[in-house]
Every structure is written in structure tokens, then in C-alpha cells.
Design a protein around this ligand. Structure first.
Ligand SMILES: Cc1cc2nc3c(=O)[nH]c(=O)nc-3n(C[C@H](O)[C@H](O)[C@H](O)COP(=O)(O)OP(=O)(O)OC[C@H]3O[C@@H](n4cnc5c(N)ncnc54)[C@H](O)[C@@H]3O)c2cc1C
Ligand code: FES
Ligand code: FES
Length: 1282
């Protein structure tokens, strides 16, 4: 990977995580196979591909398939034109996954596409447009065109796409074929700085090599060894690569089964088994089919394409998906060593401990025997994972039972689990309770009890989720029972009882709604049209330049941070001597090196840039190592020695903080009416609480910056990925004690930001600038994913407690709500977050007596910061949960209680802000109609009556979201050059939200020229100074006005030349203006509305206007595992008159999916000592393509106007994120249906995110109820509930 970026300067392959978990680095590997004389192509994660492993292979990166200089490839074109690229950081990876698929299958099915993209994460788009672009490659069934398709306006025109012509693809390099055919097979050896890589050419040589180096790993797919080297710092002085040993890839069929070479990739194993299954009677392929199923869910396509069968077995992961199936299926291994060959059964003794098997270190697995099943034998595998695809399982299992012919008596049975201890475990006692007994309720009931006793996890077991994992073991046995019963009925001729219905794991129809009609608009005017993101093509070809793509300069250094490993401690020693002695290390930067201000100050609190004497969280920055390369800087950082003296009583949870009154001041209160008096008058009172977890930004491009000293008068050029260049400029100037005019910040684009690249970036850039200042060399800092997640914080978790008073007719009369946010160790923007929580505590509801108190808790966790929605998604969650509880208490549908309490007619908020809720009510009504709410609600109820273990749930949720920022203003600078081309610069930064595209549209309309004549190069502090951050959904509103203002000035200046030559062209007018000495450069300014909030009086006008919306979701929940799928989502949003419907719909879908992640999927986990466990995509799951609702309809409210923003549009970046909560409430609805079956009625608590664990436990099924709860306080939990 580093080769493509640094040596051959192909920057299209992006680095998002380094561990195979995000797909941003996807490339295609092609190999020639001399035995079959065929070429195979497969996608792979470049970040885990060792260069030495690629000897003889051809690697195609995104640059290889098309470019704007030559010809773009249809995949690049279609993803871009279908609006599948926003920030673009994931796009090359998406393109390459799809490209590799098309090389193997030019007309893929939708299932092929979703599988191919399962391992590619995108944080911006919500995947729908990417899938739509890729869908155009599917073979269209004749006569299957949907009539209504033609009537609907389309966001893109399929007709204009280049056809896919497989004959035009790159050819495999003939020299590599020649090399493979004629090459002399000899041992290859590569030597690096600290490692030797040996690739033997024969099995004998491999055996000898392993015998003399038993500790050296055999690297096949490198998916286990690679991450260990990278993230755990494991050093293997010798690596053996057996990929050229043919015996490891051989497949031999016997009458008893098939021997599969241990070197075969998991994808190869799957296709082999898929080929074999139809060739044999069904009863012989039970095990094959169970393996195929597990292999389909294991990792991603890219991982399966490289990970080997032998590697999976020998990695001996506790939650390996394959090992339970292989062991339950009585598979065996053929192993070789200098002592000869032997066969080893995969039985309960095989897995010894974490990562260890009974094989001797020098033994090599040559092949794996997979037997045929027998008549009367059934094998099934099940898994439950935090995310349906591309995620290690929480619990995974395989079960095999063999019945005596024609009977229900169990002759043999084996059950293995993964995820229930340090190794794959056998449920031997449970098997003993089943064998020789008839398969009936009595036997099974005893088996559950035995299993419960047999597979016990201590309450503080690593990985947590103890009750859930234990209940899953029972649920899986129950599921197996259901399947076996079905089979037995087939066998002994009994009636077949239908099992609960499964939903299709494929994406279905998507729709978009009309954008404004263009009848009266000039064809040239792009405003209101679905224009593609202006950089989409460059992003899809990998040409788009991100901060880290800027070429290295002479003498450039790399900076790696050293962070605290203690949550609350005194620093008693800092020893950098060893680090300084390491090769390449140039310096270590500490607080003492900072020439100017060593802290940044917010709300009167000081935050040290680098800790000097005390640390207050794990991950706090202490010093930074600068070296000639990233690898050297990393080694240097690892060699820095810090000693600490722990300070007592660290505070981690909200409860601990409130107990110790550990808050950041000011705390805020807001009040309307009199809640105390109102509570006396109501029919009913209810008290509840909800906890909501935080969220990691997970922008695909991590924090990145490059600080270049110009060399004179302390001038610095800073290239940085930030939402707010001015703040970075100010921070650097303060830190270096130089005037701001010596620092220019340049932002070309960001690979996503979501609020996380404002304050934290400024701190990181300040530290980097100290290194550049001290060494007088350019310094680059690009955080690894794990560092980024550890250091930079995210969304504030909250705990809210409420008391609500209401009438029996459903009217809510009074509510008193307390909110506590976990702010972390510094204040950052927490006080503003708290304020925003209180301002949105009403959401859509007119509650006459409303009181809110909110506080930011100071804890010893990394400091949280701004995140899309800035407290609103937390605040609205609380009020919606409260309204839901009221509905449950009253036994009425939640949508009715919502309607009863909504603002109606001219309204006033609790802070005395007047507004009209008309469009909110229109969104709500339209959403109900579009979603066919009433009919589907009835269908859901009917489904629930008919199904015991699957439940459906539905919810509809409104939103009223305030837009703007106090003191918001914007400026722009527009130059017209002599050739007529126009350069626009404005204060907004491009992070994928399409602001530059919209600004181009604005300039095009105002100057009356086509967008192609307008260019936006970057955002920089030397063109537009003193900007506001691109945040709060106000970027387009404000900057659009500024660009409009500048363009109108220029257009007016050209008026005299236009009048002189009315028939002239744009170019001729510009040329004439130049000679007539008319200035062709203008600034534009926009003075935002005068907004304020007076917290003493508890009133104000904090927003310019509201964006409204409503969302209806339906989910299907598997009550036994907590797995859910969003069946359908309908969103109606009022965004005024959209400037660009494709960009806005992209924002809506992307925000919804980010909200879906927040409320149902994404979980940050901290250790009891305050260490963030979830530091990468393997542990922290953001939504993937498998989470997209099966039907996902977005409608823009028609006939809406907004006098407060450019061209009557509305801000849309943030509001819809909250609508993702309708999935949460739909899950809660389904859980309520499941609880009702167990006789549990009334309100119940379900915290956010509603993960499968929480949903399953809340269902209170017979299995979860069997698990004895551990006594709180009697053990140290694995993770904190912060
Ligand atoms: C992002 C990601 C997601 C994943 N998701 C899943 C998942 O959902 N389910 C799951 O089960 N797994 C999952 N995995 C694990 C993956 O399946 C294993 O890492 C992989 O199968 C190991 O194979 P490899 O060829 O890459 O092993 P390598 O990393 O090359 O080697 C692993 C170990 O096996 C030993 N070894 C390899 N071949 C032999 C042999 N022939 N004889 C003796 N020893 C040998 C090596 O010495 C080494 O110690 C995931 C991995 C990643 C990175
Ligand atoms: S960078 Fe390779 S998968 Fe994330
Ligand atoms: S466009 Fe996919 S991560 Fe930004």
C-alpha cells in the first residue's frame, strides 16, 4: 500500500483503517495459473497485501482502469453520475470492488453487487446511490421495466452511460504469463530493514524451513498476521510464504468427501463447494451447505479472497466462523512436518487456548478433509454479529445431528460454539444429554438446561455481552430444533409446519420524487437541477487530491503522537532518549517547545495542547515524535517512556460525575409555564429515563495536515483537512506566537468531517506547526484510524430523566427533563451542545409546561466535540421516547399521541420563538400517505399475531430542526480571468456535502454562464479571511448569499460592455471589460440574521428558520437473536426549494443512515480503566450496505418556500440524522409485540443504540429469562456504561 502512494505516486488507493475493515484501499489482483492456463482476478485490501506476496501478480489500482486524461471506465462513470460519490474517499474502493466483480461477471445480480460491496464502508452517501449506479450493470429482464419508472423524474440518465465492453479491459501482462510458464521455481528471499521474507518453491523445502524456524509464521492471506504486525507491534524477523507450494492448493475428491488444500482462499473454498453441491444428493451435502452459508457471511469479499482455509483454522480465533462447522462436521486435517504426514481430527481437543491448537509449531496443514453427510444427518450453522455483514460474530455455532434411519432417536450429535470463551468450544455435555434419546420436547428441554450450565461465562468475560451471548447459545439450539423438526417431519411423513418467514437480504426498489419543474427556467441555469457533485468523476478515478495526497517535499518529516495510557495521573517522568537514538527520529516535541500559548481556552477553561504535569484521560496527547518516515516516527513513539503516579478516583460515568458534582459550567435551565403546578392537575404522571451512547465521527479520511515553513519571516503554509480553516489559522498563530497573517490554511477537500474537524483539528495542527517551526522542515501528521478514534472524541453520550404529566385523552400538559452529557476531560463545545439540547427539547410538540435542565459532565474520558446535529439527536430522542411511553401507558398508538400534541397553527416555542408548523404537519401527513401507514400498520399487527419469533414494528417520527448559527456571516471572492474562466472562492469547505457544486450553480445562475466555466480550487484563509465553520447546516445558506453578492457585483460591472455589444459573447464582454479597465474581481459578503438567545430570560431568536420532516420505518426483528432488518423507510422532508435535489437527497439519505447507525448499531466501549476498546472498523460498526432499508423512499415536500435562505432553499446537512431514530422506535414497537407474547405490557426501557443485544434482551424471551443476571457490584464489568 505504501508503495502505491509513496513510490509510484498512485494516490487513488485510499488508506482508511489499515486493517481490512473499510475497503477504501481495494485493488484488483490478477494471477496467471499455469496449471489451468487461466487468469484469475479478485479484489483485495491493499493495506493487508504484503508486497513480497505479489511476486508474479498484476495489481490494478483505480488509476489503471480509467482517468479523465484518457477515458473513464463505466464503473467510475456510473457511480459518479448516480451521485454515489460525496466526499469521495470511499469511492476508489467502491469502484475497484465493483470492477473486480465485473471482470469475473459482466452481468452480475443484485446479490453479487451487495456481496461485492459488503466490505466497503461509506460514511456519506447511505449507499443507495452507489448501489443504484452499480445496479445499471445488472441484466435487465425483458419486459420487466416498471411503467412508473418512465413517469418519475430521474436523478440520473442511464441512457447517457458508456456501455461496458469487457473486450476493452486491460490485458494481463504477457511477461508475467511467460514468467509463470517458464520461470525456474526457486526459493525467493526478500530482505527488509528488520525482516526477511522467504518463499519456498516446494513442499519439502517448506517443511525444512519450518522445521528450522518453528516460530516463523506461514503467511498466506496475511489477514491475521498483518493486523498483528501493524497494530500490536509484533515483529517477525522471518516470514515464510508458502503461496507457491502447489500441494497446498490441491483439491481431491474421494467417495467419503473432499480434501481441500489448506492454502485455498475462503472464496475458492466456497465456489468449490457451490460447484459440488448440485452434483450430489441433498443428504450428502449437509455439511457443504452449512460451510457455504458461513463462508458467505465471514468477513468481506476482499478478506475471503485472500484469507486461507488453513490460516483460518490455525489462527484459532475464539469466534472463527469456520472452526465450529469443521469440527461439528467431523473434518480432519492432513499435516506434515519433518517427522512425516499425519491426520489430525478437528475434535474438542484440537483448540487448546486463545490462538493455539494441538499442532506442533513446525507442523504445516496441507489439506482439510470435508466429509459427505449421511442419510439422516443434518448440519446447520448460525451466527449473530453486531452487523449482519463484514463483522466478526458475537456468537457463532454449528450443530450436527445423526438419526437412526427412519426414527427420531439421536445416534450421534456434535455442537460447537465460537464466541463463548478463548477458543472454539464443544458443548460435549449437552451432546451427551441428547444422544440415544428421541428428539422431542422433553429431551430438548433437558438439553437447554445442560447447555446453560455447561457454557457459563464469568460476568466480566472479555467482550462483555455476557447475558446476551449465553442466551444466544440457547436460541441457536432452539433454531436448530425448529429446523430439525421440519426435516424430521419430512422424513417420517408428518405435516410440514411453516417456519417464520425470512426477508430477502437484497436491496429493492428505490424512488425519488420530483424536483422543481423547470418550465420557466433557462436551460443553462443549473439551480434546482440534480447536478452531479462537481468532483465526482475525479473522485471516482482517484485523481481527487486529499491532504495526504500532496506530494512529499524535500526533507519532510512525519509526526506521530504519544498519548497517555492513564486516565488520571501525574506525569512523573518523560524519557525520550531511547526514541531519539532510533534511526530516522529527528526530534521529540513536548509542551516546553511551544513558543506561544500552550493552551487553548474555551468557556474560560484551559486545555493544554500537550500535557505537562498531569493527564486527565487515556489518549491525551503528551508529546510528538518527528522522524523521516511514518514507520520510524511510530517506532520512536513506541520507545518514549512515560512514568505516572495515579491520582485517586477517576470519574468515568455520568452517575459518578453527578455524584461528585463534576460539571463544566455554565449549566443551563429553560422553563415555560409551571411544571410543578401542572403536575398537580394532570390525570396521570409517569417517570422514565433513557441513556443514549455516543458516536464516533468515522470520517473516512482521518485527521490530516501538512505544515510547511516557507523559510522567511515565520511564514507557514498549512494544508489541512478542516471544516474551519480560520480557527486552525488562529490556533497556529497563537501557538507559535506569530501574527495570523503569517499563516495561510488551505483546504482542498475533506474525506468527510461531520463536525469532527473543527476544534480537534486546530489542536493537532498547532502541535504539528510547533514541530515544523522547531525543525524548520515540513511536517505531516496523518492519524491512524485507531489514534484518531482514541484522541478526537465524538458525539456526547447522554443520560436523561423525565417526569411527564398527561391527560387520559393523550394531551401532555407538563414535562420536566434533566439531561446529563458525558463531555469528557475538556469542555470543547460541550456548553453549546447542552444549550442546543434544551432548545430542541420540545421537538414537534407544544407542551404548555416544559422545564429542562442540562449539564455537561466533566469526566476522565477523551473530550467529546461537535457532531452532526450537535446535541439535537440526543435531545429529540428523549422527548420522543417520553411521548412513546405516554402512548404505552395509555395503551394507544404512538402516532396518535404524537399528533395530539403537535404544534398546530401559529405557534411559539418554549423560548418564545414564533413560527408556523404548517410544513411540519404537511410532511407528517404526506409521510403517512406515502408510506401507506394505516394499511401497513394493520399488516404489521397481523404479521405479529401469526409469528412467534419474528416480530415487525413500525413507527413514524416528526422533526423540527432549527437552522443557523449566531454571528453567522460569509464572504466570497470571485475572479474573472481574461479568457472568461471564473474562479470562485468562498468561506465554506467541501467535505462531501456538495457545497462547491452548489456554489458553482449559484455563480452560474448569477453570471449567466455555464457551470463548466466556473472553477473552485480550494478554501483558503488568504482569499477569504475570518470565516465561520462549515457547520450547523448553514454553509450553503450563508456562502451562497456571499457568492451571489460577488457575482451580482461583477455582472453589474459588465453591464456597460454588454450594452455596447448586446450580441457579444461572455468571453468578448470579459475581454472588453479588461481593456476598459473594469475590475474583474469582486468580494461578496453576507451578514447573517441577528440571532440571539438570552439564557437568563430563557428566550430568544436562536434560529433563522426550521427545517421539517417526517420518517416512517418498518423493521422485522428476530426475537431470538435481536437481528433486525429495516424493511422499508419513507422520508418526507421540507427543504424549501432545493438548489440541487441530487445533493440534497444525498444528504438526506446519508444523514438517515448515520442516524440509523447512531440509534441502532454504533457502540463505543470503554474499559473499566477508561481505555476506548473500539478503535477501528473491526470493533466499531458503522452502517454498511447490508443495513440500507430494503425500500428506501425519499420525498421532498412540494410547494415550500423559505425567505431566509438562498433561492428559497433550506439547510439539510443535519436534520435528517435524527429521523434514523424511527428505526429505533420501530424496533421498540417490535420488542413490545414480543413482550406482549410473554405477558409483559406497559412501558419498558430500551437504551440507544438498540443493538441486537439490547433488542434481544428486551424481548424477554424464554431463553433470555433463563439466564441468571449477575449481581451488580459483585464483579468488574468488562466495559463501562458511561
Ligand atoms: C477485517 C477482517 C474480518 C474478518 N472477519 C472474520 C469473520 O467474520 N469470521 C471469521 O471466522 N474470520 C474472520 N476474519 C479472520 C480471517 O478469516 C482469518 O484471519 C483468516 O482466515 C486467516 O487466514 P490467512 O490466510 O489470512 O492467515 P495468515 O494471517 O496468513 O496466517 C494466520 C496464521 O495461520 C498460520 N497458518 C496459515 N496457513 C497455515 C498452514 N497451512 N499450516 C499451518 N499454519 C498455517 C500462520 O502461521 C499464522 O500463524 C476476519 C479478518 C479480518 C482482517
Ligand atoms: S485501509 Fe484497507 S481496508 Fe481499510
Ligand atoms: S463518499 Fe463515501 S465516505 Fe464519503
Amino acid at each position: 500500500m505504501s508503495l502505491t502512494v509513496t513510490s509510484v505516486r498512485l494516490t487513488g488507493t485510499k488508506y482508511g483503517c489499515g486493517g481490512g475493515g473499510c475497503g477504501a484501499c481495494t485493488v484488483m489482483v490478477s494471477r496467471y495459473q499455469p496449471a489451468t492456463k487461466t487468469i484469475i482476478h479478485y479484489s483485495a485490501n491493499a493495506c493487508l497485501l504484503p508486497l513480497c506476496q505479489l511476486h508474479g501478480a498484476a495489481v490494478t489500482t483505480v488509476e489503471g482502469i480509467g482517468s479523465t486524461k484518457t477515458r473513464i471506465h463505466p464503473v467510475q462513470e456510473r457511480i459518479a453520475k448516480a451521485h454515489g460519490s460525496q466526499c469521495g474517499f470511499c469511492t476508489p474502493g467502491m469502484v475497484m470492488s465493483m470492477y473486480a466483480l465485473l471482470r469475473n461477471k459482466p452481468h452480475p445480480t443484485m446479490e453479487d453487487i451487495t456481496q461485492a460491496l459488503a466490505g466497503n464502508l461509506c460514511r456519506c452517501t447511505g449507499y443507495r446511490p452507489i448501489v443504484d449506479g452499480c445496479r445499471t450493470f445488472c441484466q435487465v429482464q425483458k419486459g420487466s421495466t416498471d411503467e412508473s419508472e418512465h413517469e418519475k423524474p430521474q436523478l440520473f440518465d442511464k441512457e447517457e452511460f458508456l456501455p461496458l465492453d469487457p473486450t476493452q479491459e486491460l490485458i494481463f501482462p504477457p511477461e508475467l504469463i511467460l514468467m509463470a510458464e517458464t520461470g525456474n521455481p526457486e526459493t525467493l528471499t526478500f530482505c527488509g530493514e528488520r525482516m526477511r521474507w522467504v518463499s519456498p518453491a516446494s513442499l519439502e523445502e517448506l517443511v525444512q524451513l519450518k522445521a528450522s524456524n518453528p516460530k516463523a509464521p506461514l503467511v498466506m492471506g496475511n489477514t491475521n498476521i498483518g493486523p498483528d504486525i501493524k497494530f500490536k507491534g509484533v515483529l517477525h524477523p522471518l516470514i515464510i510464504s508458502p503461496t507457491r507450494v502447489m500441494e497446498l492448493f490441491e483439491v481431491t475428491q474421494t467417495p467419503q468427501g473432499v480434501w481441500v488444500g489448506a492454502g485455498c482462499s475462503l472464496s475458492e473454498v466456497r465456489s468449490l463447494l457451490q460447484k459440488l453441491v448440485p452434483q450430489f444428493p441433498e443428504e450428502k451435502t449437509e455439511l457443504f451447505r452449512a460451510l457455504i452459508q458461513q463462508l458467505g457471511n465471514l468477513g468481506s469479499q476482499q478478506i475471503r479472497n485472500v484469507a486461507s482455509l488453513g490460516g483460518n483454522i490455525m489462527s484459532a480465533y475464539p469466534n472463527s466462523d469456520l472452526n465450529p462447522v469443521l469440527a461439528a462436521g467431523n473434518c480432519k486435517l492432513s499435516v506434515i512436518s519433518t517427522g512425516g504426514r499425519r491426520e489430525v481430527p478437528l475434535n474438542p481437543d484440537f483448540f487448546v487456548s486463545f490462538g493455539k491448537t494441538i499442532l506442533k509449531p513446525e507442523e504445516i496443514v496441507v489439506s482439510v478433509f470435508v466429509p459427505f453427510s449421511r442419510k439422516g444427518e443434518f448440519v446447520r450453522a448460525f451466527r449473530q454479529a453486531p452487523r449482519k455483514e463484514s463483522s466478526f460474530a458475537t456468537v457463532t455455532t454449528a450443530m450436527r445431528v445423526f438419526f437412526s434411519e427412519g426414527s427420531r432417536v439421536v445416534r450421534d450429535v456434535s455442537i460447537y460454539y465460537g464466541g463463548m470463551g478463548p477458543t472454539t468450544v464443544s458443548a460435549t455435555k449437552t451432546c451427551a444429554a441428547l444422544v440415544t434419546r428421541p428428539w422431542d420436547d422433553e429431551t430438548l428441554s433437558r438439553a437447554y438446561d445442560v447447555l446453560l450450565d455447561e457454557l457459563v461465562l464469568p460476568p466480566s468475560a472479555p467482550g462483555g455481552k455476557v447475558e446476551f451471548r449465553r442466551s444466544l447459545t440457547l436460541s441457536f439450539l432452539f433454531k436448530f430444533n425448529l429446523e430439525v423438526l421440519q426435516k424430521l417431519r419430512e422424513m417420517v411423513g408428518l405435516q410440514f409446519l411453516p417456519l417464520p418467514r425470512e426477508i430477502q437480504p437484497s436491496l429493492q426498489e428505490f424512488q425519488v420524487r420530483k424536483y422543481p419543474s423547470f418550465k420557466d427556467q433557462s436551460v443553462q441555469d443549473p439551480v434546482g437541477r440534480p447536478i452531479m457533485h462537481r468532483s465526482a468523476i475525479s473522485q471516482a478515478t482517484g485523481e481527487a487530491v486529499y491532504c495526504d495526497d500532496i506530494p512529499r517535499t524535500d526533507g519532510e518529516l512525519f509526526l506521530v503522537l504519544v498519548t497517555s495510557s492513564r486516565a488520571h495521573a501525574k506525569i512523573t517522568g518523560l524519557d525520550v532518549s531511547e526514541a531519539l537514538r532510533l534511526p530516522g527520529v529527528v526530534d521529540v516535541i513536548t509542551a516546553k517547545d511551544i513558543p506561544g500559548k500552550k493552551v487553548r481556552t474555551m468557556f474560560g477553561y484551559h486545555e493544554e495542547l500537550l500535557a505537562e504535569s498531569e493527564v486527565s484521560c487515556i489518549g491525551q496527547m503528551i508529546c510528538a515524535v518527528v522522524a523521516d518516515t511514518r514507520a520510524h516516527a511510530k517506532r520512536g513513539a513506541a520507545a518514549v517512556k512515560i512514568s505516572y503516579e495515579d491520582l485517586p478516583d477517576p470519574v468515568f460515568t455520568i452517575e459518578e460525575a453527578t455524584e461528585k458534582s463534576s460539571f463544566f459550567e455554565p449549566r443551563r435551565v429553560i422553563r415555560r409555564g409551571n411544571v410543578t403546578e401542572a403536575f398537580e392537575t394532570v390525570d396521570q404522571l409517569y417517570e422514565g429515563e433513557i441513556r443514549m451512547g455516543g458516536q464516533e465521527h468515522f470520517y473516512m479520511e482521518t485527521q490530516s495536515m501538512l505544515v510547511v515553513p516557507v523559510g522567511e519571516e515565520t511564514e507557514f503554509k498549512v494544508y489541512v483537512s478542516t471544516q474551519w480553516p480560520t480557527s486552525t489559522q488562529d490556533a497556529i498563530a497563537e501557538t507559535l506566537d506569530i501574527p495570523s497573517n503569517r499563516v495561510t490554511c488551505h483546504v482542498k477537500r475533506m474525506g468527510g468531517a461531520f463536525g469532527g474537524k473543527v476544534t480537534k483539528t486546530a489542536v493537532l495542527a498547532s502541535i504539528t506547526s510547533v514541530a515544523a517551526w522547531k525543525t524548520n522542515r515540513a511536517v505531516r501528521c496523518v492519524l491512524e484510524r485507531g489514534e484518531d478514534m482514541l484522541i478526537t472524541g465524538g458525539r456526547h453520550p447522554i443520560l436523561a430523566k423525565y417526569k411527564v404529566g398527561f391527560m387520559n385523552d393523550g394531551r401532555i400538559v407538563a414535562a420536566d427533563i434533566e439531561y446529563y452529557t458525558n463531555a469528557g476531560n475538556t469542555v470543547d463545545e460541550s456548553v453549546l451542545v447542552v444549550e442546543k439540547i434544551l432548545l430542541h427539547m420540545d421537538n414537534a410538540y407544544n407542551i404548555p409546561n416544559l422545564q429542562g435542565r442540562a449539564a455537561a459532565c466533566r469526566t476522565n474520558l477523551p473530550s467529546n466535540t461537535a457532531f452532526r446535529g450537535f446535541g439535537v439527536p440526543q435531545s429529540i430522542m428523549v422527548v420522543e421516547n417520553m411521548v412513546n411511553d405516554v402512548a404505552v401507558v395509555l395503551g394507544r398508538p404512538a402516532d396518535q399521541i404524537r399528533e395530539i400534541n403537535m404544534y398546530k397553527g401559529p405557534s411559539v416555542t418554549h423560548y418564545k420563538f414564533e413560527f408556523s408548523p404548517e410544513n411540519m404537519l404537511r410532511c407528517w401527513e404526506e409521510c403517512k400517505v406515502k408510506a401507506d401507514y394505516s394499511a401497513r400498520r394493520r399488516a404489521v399487527d397481523q404479521f405479529n399475531q401469526q409469528n412467534r419469533w419474528k416480530k415487525r414494528g413500525m413507527s413514524i417520527i416528526p422533526i423540527k430542526y432549527g437552522i443557523s448559527l449566531a454571528r453567522k456571516k460569509a464572504a466570497a471572492l470571485v475572479h474573472i480571468y481574461k479568457d472568461g474562466s471564473v474562479l470562485v472562492t468562498h468561506g465554506g469547505t467541501e467535505m462531501g456535502q456538495g457545497i462547491h457544486t452548489k456554489m458553482q450553480q449559484v455563480a452560474s445562475r448569477e453570471l449567466r454562464i455555464p457551470p463548466s466555466k466556473i472553477y473552485i480550487s480550494e478554501t483558503s484563509t488568504n482569499t477569504v479571511p475570518n470565516t465561520c465553520p462549515s457547520a450547523a447546516s448553514f454553509g450553503t445558506d450563508a456562502n451562497g448569499m456571499a457568492v451571489k453578492n460577488a457575482c451580482q457585483t461583477l455582472y453589474q460591472r459588465l453591464e456597460p460592455v454588454r450594452q455596447k455589444d448586446p450580441k457579444g459573447s461572455w468571453e468578448s464582454w470579459v475581454n472588453a471589460a479588461f481593456f476598459e479597465k473594469i475590475s474583474l474581481s469582486a468580494t461578496g459578503f453576507y451578514r447573517g440574521p441577528d440571532l440571539y438567545m438570552d439564557w437568563d430570560k430563557m428566550e430568544g431568536q436562536p434560529y433563522a428558520y426550521f427545517t421539517f420532516g417526517a420518517c416512517c420505518c418498518e423493521v422485522e426483528l428476530d426475537c431470538l437473536t435481536g437481528d433486525y432488518r429495516t424493511v422499508r423507510t419513507d422520508i418526507v422532508v421540507d427543504i424549501g426549494r432545493s438548489v440541487n435535489p441530487s445533493v440534497d437527497i444525498g444528504q438526506i439519505e446519508g444523514a438517515f443512515m448515520q442516524g440509523l447507525g447512531l440509534y441502532t448499531l454504533e457502540e463505543l466501549k470503554f474499559s473499566p480503566s477508561g481505555l476506548l476498546y473500539t478503535r477501528g472498523p473491526s470493533q466499531y460498526k458503522i452502517p454498511a450496505v447490508c443495513d440500507v432499508p430494503l425500500r428506501f423512499n425519499v420525498y421532498l415536500l412540494s410547494d415550500s418556500h423559505n425567505p431566509h435562505a438562498i433561492y428559497s432553499s433550506k439547510g439539510i446537512g443535519e436534520p435528517v440524522l435524527f429521523l434514523g431514530s424511527s428505526v429505533f422506535f420501530a424496533i421498540k414497537d417490535a420488542v413490545a409485540a414480543a413482550r406482549a407474547e410473554s405477558g409483559l405490557v406497559g412501558p419498558f426501557s430500551l437504551d440507544s443504540p438498540a443493538t441486537p443485544e439490547r433488542a434481544c434482551l428486551a424481548c424477554a424471551s424464554l431463553f433470555t429469562q433463563k439466564i441468571p443476571a449477575s449481581k451488580p457490584g459483585s464483579y468488574k464489568p468488562w466495559a463501562l456504561n458511561i
